[in-house]
Design a protein around this ligand. Structure first.
Ligand SMILES: [Ca+2]
Ligand SMILES: [Ca+2]
Ligand SMILES: [Ca+2]
Ligand SMILES: [Ca+2]
Length: 212
């Protein structure tokens, strides 16, 4: 079984490299938003953890429900490992979010090293793959740099899913952010409707949360 997984992984890498250079998306399920460097308790377990509170959200942009069996996530790096396997149905327009804590539990259950989502703060890549029998397709990819730090998510905009922005309401971006900040609140598990901050939160208070 592990040999089969390794075969799929290598295939995924080859296909991913191709997708990364061409920017293609092969499916109607897309990576929609992600939080590489959380600074608060995003998974709601009562405490902040740099690993458990990372998250990745996917979105069904099509007109049909999708069976998520065989949809797998991984990050970049030389040692390529699956971080999470989705399951269940995703209705049209529906999102699904996976937190770092979910990824840890999945890795434990499936015999993979316990890294969670492993979204490197200095920059990383994300690959959403669909494994069907002997075939592995890269459904979508995303790559990011250092701009998405301390509670800034990167997400597709509702107006155009091909346009990415940094949702930086909790930690406003300087002009150097890439992609640019849009002043909106990150929305794990919800479509990326742009809502500006309802309650201002100072940079100092965010740092205090992160130090806990
Ligand atoms: Ca991280
Ligand atoms: Ca937490
Ligand atoms: Ca990583
Ligand atoms: Ca969202």
């Amino acid at each position: 079984m592990r040999k089969m997984f390794r075969f799929f992984l290598h295939l995924c890498v080859i296909l991913a490299a191709s997708a990364a250079t061409t920017g293609i998306s092969n499916g109607q399920v897309l990576i929609n938003e992600y939080m590489p460097d959380p600074a608060r308790d995003w998974d709601g377990d009562g405490e902040y953890n740099y690993r458990n509170d990372e998250w990745v959200e996917i979105l069904n942009t099509g007109d049909l429900s999708i069976d998520l069996t065989g949809f797998l996530l991984r990050d970049g790096g030389d040692q390529i490992l699956w971080r999470y396997g989705f399951s269940g149905e995703l209705a049209p327009g529906e999102t699904r979010v996976v937190y770092g804590s979910d990824a840890l539990a999945w890795e434990e259950s499936n015999g993979f090293p316990r890294y969670g989502l492993s979204l490197n703060n200095a920059g990383d890549e994300l690959f959403l793959c669909h494994v069907v029998e002997a075939e592995t397709l890269v459904v979508d990819t995303a790559a990011f740099g250092r701009s998405a730090v301390d509670d800034r998510s990167i997400g597709r905009t509702v107006a155009d899913v091909g346009v990415w922005a940094i949702f930086d309401a909790w930690n406003p971006c300087p002009d150097s952010c890439s992609p640019a900040g849009n002043g909106c609140i990150p929305t794990p598990g919800e479509v990326n409707n742009c809502t500006t901050a309802l309650a201002e939160r100072s940079w100092g208070s965010i740092k205090m949360i992160k130090r806990r």
